[in-house]
Design a protein around this ligand. Structure first.
Ligand code: SAH
Ligand code: SF4
Ligand code: F3S
Length: 494
C-alpha cells in the first residue's frame, strides 16, 4: 500500500492531545488516531469489531477514490466488508447520467431498512453527485437518516468528518466548491494486490456540452510528475505490476506544472520503473492525442496495446454541438494512424445516441465510423440531459422511442464489429494477466490481455497476479475461452 510503510510511525508521532496539525496529511492522520480510540471504545461496548462497506459508482477515478476511503476506514479500526449490512456504509456516487443518480437513490432506499434494524449504523454519501446542490437537498429531505455528506473536492478530509460524526453523533454536510490541494499520500486499501490506478490529474476543462464532469470535478489540475513516479515506485515495491494512469483527459496532462512534462514523457518514465510490467491509461481525448503518445506506445512494449478513444458521435454537425473540437474524418484518420503504428492495438470507444437534434443522417454517420474504424469494443450510452449543461437547454431533445431505435442500430453495429475483430485473434497466443477466480464457471480464472480483452482459462486462485501465455481458443463475441499455451510456444509479448 502506497506510503503505508511508515504510516503507523507517523500516526504514533502525532500528539493526539494537542490541536490538529496544519498540513493536510498530518491533520488527517491526527483524526485517524483520534477516531481509532472512539472505534475501539464502541467495539468494546458491543463486544465485536465495527464493520464498514464502501459502495462505488462511476469511473475508474471514483474507484481509486474509494480505495482511499477504504484505507482510512481500515486504519481507523473498521473491518472492511462487501456487505451493505455493515455498521458504516459509504456511497461514492456518480452523476454522469441520470441512471447513475437513480442507482444511488435505489441503494439509499434499501439501506434505510437495514439502518432501522441496526441502530449503530451510520451512512455517508460522497462523490460527484454531491456537488449538485439539488441532490444534497433531496437526500436531506428524502433520506434524512444519512449521517455524512461531502463532495469531490474535500475527500481528503474524510477522516476528520468520520471522527466528527462518531464523536458528536450529529450529521455533517461539507461541500466545497473547489480546491487547489492535492492530497494523495493518505493510506490506501487497494482492491487488487497486483494492479492499481494512479491519479495523474483531476478535473476537466473540455466542457463537452452534454457533460457534467467539469462542473462536479472542477478545473483541470495536474499532479507533479515526481509524485506520480514515487507512487508508482512504491506500488511496484508492494507487488503491483500493472498501473493505470487516470485522468478525464490525460493528454492535457502537464499544463500549469512548475516543471513542464507532457503525457508522453510521463508515460515513458512510468515504463522505466522496475517491476512494472504493464501500463494503461484512461482517458485520452481525440483532439489532444499527439503523435508522440502514439510513438511511446509503439516503442514501449510495457504500454498496453489498447487505446480508448471516445468518439461520442460520427456526425460533424453533432460533434460541433457537443463541443468536441474534431471532425469525423479527423477521428478516422487518428484511428487509422494508431492502427498503422501499433500492430495488434485494440481501439475502444464511447458513443452517445440521442443527443439533442440528432437525425437519422447523423446516426448513419456514426454507423459509418463504426464500420470504418472497426472498434474492438464500445460503450454506447443513451443521451441523458444533465442540469446546468448547455445541451440540456437545447430545444430539440429527442423522444425516448426514437432514441431506442437508433440505440439498437448502433449497438448491433458495435457488437458485430467487436465480434469480428475478436474472432480474428482465434488461435493466437497472447500474454494474459490472471486477475480473478471466475465466479460463474468453476475451475476457471479470468485473465486480461494487453489489448484489454478478457479470456477465461482453467485455473485456480494460486495463479492470480501472474502473467501467462494464453492460447485463444473459442471466441464468444468480445471475450474468449482459452488455456495456458504449451510451454515451448512463445507468447506474443503483447
Ligand atoms: N473524459 C472521458 C469520459 C468521461 S464520462 C472522455 O471524454 O472520454 C464517460 C462517458 O460517458 C463519455 O465518454 C460519454 O460517452 C458518456 N457521457 C457523458 N455525459 C453523458 C450524458 N450526459 N449522457 C450520456 N452519456 C454521457
Ligand atoms: Fe466530460 Fe468532455 Fe471532459 Fe470527457 S472531456 S470529462 S466528456 S467534458
Ligand atoms: Fe461519474 Fe464523476 Fe466519474 S460523474 S464518470 S464518477 S468523474
Amino acid at each position: 500500500m502506497y506510503n503505508d510503510i511508515n504510516i503507523e510511525e507517523q500516526i504514533a508521532a502525532i500528539d493526539l492531545a494537542s490541536h490538529e496539525p496544519a498540513d493536510e496529511h498530518s491533520r488527517e492522520l491526527y483524526y485517524i488516531g483520534k477516531l481509532r480510540a472512539l472505534i475501539r471504545e464502541k467495539s468494546a461496548e458491543i463486544g465485536r469489531a465495527l464493520t464498514a462497506c464502501t459502495v462505488t459508482f462511476g469511473c475508474q477515478m471514483n474507484a481509486r477514490d474509494s480505495e482511499k476511503l477504504a484505507g482510512i476506514l481500515a486504519r481507523s479500526g473498521f473491518v472492511l466488508t462487501d456487505s451493505e449490512n455493515a455498521d458504516f456504509v459509504i456511497f461514492n456516487t456518480c452523476t454522469v447520467r441520470d441512471n447513475a443518480d437513480q442507482r444511488t437513490f435505489g441503494h439509499l432506499g434499501r439501506i434505510s431498512h437495514l439502518k432501522k434494524k441496526n441502530p449503530l449504523m451510520k451512512v455517508a454519501v460522497c462523490g460527484c453527485m454531491m456537488q449538485e446542490p439539488g441532490n444534497v437537498e433531496k437526500i436531506k429531505k428524502s433520506y434524512p437518516f444519512v449521517d455524512l455528506i461531502f463532495g469531490t473536492h474535500n475527500i481528503f478530509r474524510f477522516a476528520q468528518y468520520l471522527y466528527e460524526i462518531y464523536d458528536t453523533d450529529k450529521t455533517v454536510t461539507q461541500i466545497w466548491q473547489k480546491t487547489d490541494q492535492i492530497v494523495e499520500t493518505l493510506p490506501i486499501e487497494r482492491k487488487y494486490p497486483y494492479k492499481s490506478g494512479i491519479n495523474i490529474m483531476f478535473g476537466c476543462d473540455k466542457f463537452c456540452s452534454y457533460c457534467i464532469v467539469p462542473y462536479v470535478r472542477g478545473r483541470e489540475r495536474s499532479r507533479d510528475p515526481k509524485e506520480i513516479l514515487r507512487e508508482a515506485e512504491n506500488l511496484a515495491r508492494d507487488g503491483v505490476t500493472e498501473i493505470m494512469l487516470l485522468g478525464q483527459n490525460v493528454n492535457s496532462y502537464g499544463k500549469g506544472l512548475d516543471n513542464p512534462c507532457t503525457f508522453a514523457q510521463l508515460l515513458e518514465e512510468v515504463c522505466r520503473i522496475e517491476g512494472i510490467h504493464r501500463v494503461r491509461f484512461m482517458t485520452p481525448h481525440p483532439t489532444d492525442l499527439s503523435y508522440d503518445v502514439i510513438e511511446v506506445i509503439r516503442d514501449n512494449p510495457k504500454v498496453a496495446r489498447h487505446v480508448h478513444l471516445p468518439l461520442q458521435s460520427g456526425s460533424d454537425r453533432i460533434l460541433k454541438r457537443m463541443n468536441r473540437h474534431y471532425t469525423k474524418e479527423q477521428f478516422i484518420e487518428l484511428a487509422r494512424r494508431i492502427r498503422e503504428e501499433i500492430p495488434d492495438v485494440s481501439i475502444t470507444t464511447d458513443i452517445i445516441v440521442g443527443f439533442p437534434g440528432e437525425t437519422a443522417e447523423d446516426v448513419a454517420e456514426t454507423l459509418d465510423v463504426i464500420e470504418r474504424v472497426g472498434f474492438d469494443n464500445a460503450y454506447t450510452f443513451i443521451y441523458s440531459p444533465r442540469r446546468g449543461t448547455p445541451a440540456a437547454a437545447m430545444k430539440d431533445q429527442i423522444p425516448a422511442e426514437e432514441v431506442k431505435v437508433n440505440f439498437d442500430k448502433v449497438l448491433s453495429a458495435v457488437q458485430r464489429n467487436a465480434a469480428m475483430r475478436a474472432g480474428a485473434l482465434t488461435g493466437r497466443i497472447m500474454e494474459g494477466l490472471v486477475e480473478e477466480v471466475n465466479e460463474r464457471k468453476e475451475g476457471y480464472v479470468t485473465c486480461r490481455l494487453s489489448n484489454n480483452m478478457v479470456v477465461h482459462i482453467p485455473g485456480d486462485a494460486s495463479m492470480i497476479g501472474s502473467y501467462k501465455p494464453i492460447l485463444l481458443e473459442q471466441c464468444r463475441g468480445f471475450y474468449f475461452f482459452g488455456r495456458i499455451a504449451d510451454t515451448d510456444s512463445a507468447a506474443d509479448p503483447q
